[in-house]
Design a protein around this ligand. Structure first.
Ligand SMILES: [Zn+2]
Length: 337
């Protein structure tokens, strides 16, 4: 889902982000743009592209209306991924964190004069991955930035960013597209999956890039495997240990996420009996069959436990995957009377 800009043209802004784009570029031309923006919104909606494009717009020498021209020296450097006044930070691949060394590098980048006599932009993707030391090292520059400096922080979990950082940024909640708009976009970009588009839209929570990823990268098939396991355990057709072994090949975080979405659906359906509130739209029949057997308190406990396990996995704890999954399956079987 990471959108690095490496095409021959600067990609157009996603249609659902146009109003946000107009607003920010207007603020810039009126010299009202805050020096530190925190771009938030659901995962898989194109926030990174928005941030990259904003940096390109600030650098461009001859923008066309509110768009970078794609042809001036700055735009060409941007397209080559080598603009000297734009610095991109993101978690290191293995650690999942943005560490203090990266911020020290950003601080020295900001100390040097702009090489193109314009703005200097630091983009921090997945800003929620800043560890505490890195966040502290960033504070001073966020508080007293040099003129013509812009920070663009991007995060779908802004609550995980230290409050000291968050409070110094102007939070921009980027818009989510409407349901029809997402479907239309998916029909254009992956028409070979027409029959599954509705389900992907529901499961992604209307996040187009996430829905596309589900369709193209086998995410829907993995989810099917997870739900099949939960159903088989409920019907006592397979043991928890056997299902955990079957899930071995799946990505652990994705598996936990599918179970969390499933439990959230059960909770919502138990509380409201509202089919339109459910994300797993293809499972309504099964949900209707089991909903009266479900113990709500157990479901809440179960969900909280899985959230904690998820955090532990993200933090780099490496539990025994089979045992972890078997434990979750056993907890799931306790959710029924
Ligand atoms: Zn340009």
């Amino acid at each position: 889902m990471t959108e690095t800009v490496k095409s021959t043209n600067i990609p157009a802004i996603h249609q659902w982000h146009r109003p946000d784009w107009q607003q920010l570029t207007r603020q810039f031309s009126e010299q009202q743009l805050h020096h530190a923006l925190l771009l938030t919104g659901n995962k898989g909606t194109g926030k990174q592209l928005f941030g990259q494009r904003l940096a390109a717009f600030l650098m461009c020498r001859q923008p066309v209306n509110t768009n970078p021209c794609g042809q001036c020296k700055d735009c060409l450097l941007f397209l080559a991924g080598s603009h000297p006044d734009i610095l991109n930070l993101a978690p290191e691949e293995k650690s999942r964190f943005i560490k203090i060394d990266a911020i020290r590098h950003a601080n020295s980048f900001l100390t040097n004069k702009s090489q193109m006599n314009g703005y200097k932009v630091v983009i921090i993707n997945q800003a929620d991955a800043l560890n505490l030391n890195a966040a502290n090292a960033l504070l001073k520059n966020l508080e007293e930035p040099a003129p013509q400096t812009l920070f663009i922080l991007v995060s779908d979990q802004p609550g995980q960013i230290p409050a000291t950082i968050r409070s110094r940024c102007c939070k921009i909640l980027l818009a989510l597209p409407g349901e029809e708009q997402v479907k239309q976009w998916l029909m254009e970009h992956c028409p070979q999956y027409t029959s599954q588009i509705d389900l992907a839209v529901a499961l992604s929570g209307r996040a187009p890039l996430l829905a596309r990823q589900l369709l193209e990268d086998g995410g829907l098939e993995d989810r099917q495997k997870v739900l099949k396991g939960l159903v088989k355990l409920h019907k006592k057709q397979m043991s928890a240990a056997d299902i955990a072994r079957e899930w071995q090949s799946l990505d652990i975080l994705a598996t936990l996420d599918w179970i969390i979405v499933w439990i959230a659906d059960l909770i919502k359906f138990k509380m409201s009996r509202d089919e339109t509130a459910v994300n797993n739209t293809d499972m309504i029949v099964f949900l209707s069959k089991i909903v009266h057997l479900v113990l709500l308190d157990e479901l809440y406990l179960n969900r909280d436990r899985i959230q904690k396990l998820r955090q532990a996995v993200i933090a780099g704890h490496n539990p025994n995957k089979t045992l972890l999954l078997e434990g979750i399956l056993l907890d799931w079987s306790k959710c029924f009377r």
